[in-house]
Design a protein around this ligand. Sequence first.
Ligand code: NAD
Length: 257
Amino acid sequence: MQLAGKRAIVTGSNSGIGLGVARELARAGAEVVINSFSDTAEDHQIAADIARDTGAHVTYIQADMSKADQCRALIEKAGGCDILVNNAGIQHVARIEEFPVDKWDAVIAINLSSAFHTTAAALPGMYAKGWGRVVNIASAHGLTASPYKSAYIAAKHGVVGLSKTTALEAAGKGVTCNAICPGYVLTPIVEKQIPDQMKTHNMDRETVIKEIMLSRQPSGEFATVEQIGGTAVFLCSDAAAQITGTTISVDGGWTAL
Ligand code: NAD
């Protein structure tokens, strides 16, 4: 198994892309830590289900990624990690002049600052082993902008910048850091945007999906969580050992436009 003997922590992995990435890493043989802030029976069941389906060792650790100390404690409680996937994220859509300050702070904390804290806590262990992979889930919105998503776009551009700096500091130590930039993937974070977009544009669900969301995605198709997970597994492979400080778009051609 490609990733046997490696421990992976995936932040925000009880749903959507994080769950898909956790599954693919487990399928590739990694030991996986599932995380969320909710700590429900369902969260623990998700870990048990992945373990049953893949044969991998999978555990659940609660941590609120909006809190610096909990981000760092997640890495410690797991006993360090070889693979860190910074995935936890939230979205809020509003005009800049109406953007609630608490929403701005939460989006920046969960989407950007959490990656700084977990990376800071994980790097010493990776350096000691001479091997590590930091995979940050950014977005096509880490490379381009859209109106009404100021905090998210600022955070995701920040994640791309943080990935480059991490890569430079880790260079030559066996540790790489890259950002995956997905286009639209049909997960709960996207589902939640559909009603707002329907209101803003006065459109029905199907028209919002086709004309607003997928209009930016030349393939006309959502990317899947399995495709994002497969990209993360590739970044953890030996073939990717010299890929560092860059972005990989999984966006159906969005950023080629
Ligand atoms: P999602 O809502 O399904 O998943 C978000 C995850 O973050 C959940 O597991 C949730 O538990 C976790 N989370 C939220 N707040 C948290 C907190 N305070 N502490 C710990 N965990 C927390 O959405 P998703 O689409 O799977 O998004 C995952 C990542 O992918 C996000 O960073 C998002 O920005 C990014 N992304 C998504 C898309 C897309 O189209 N779905 C596109 C580009 C990038």
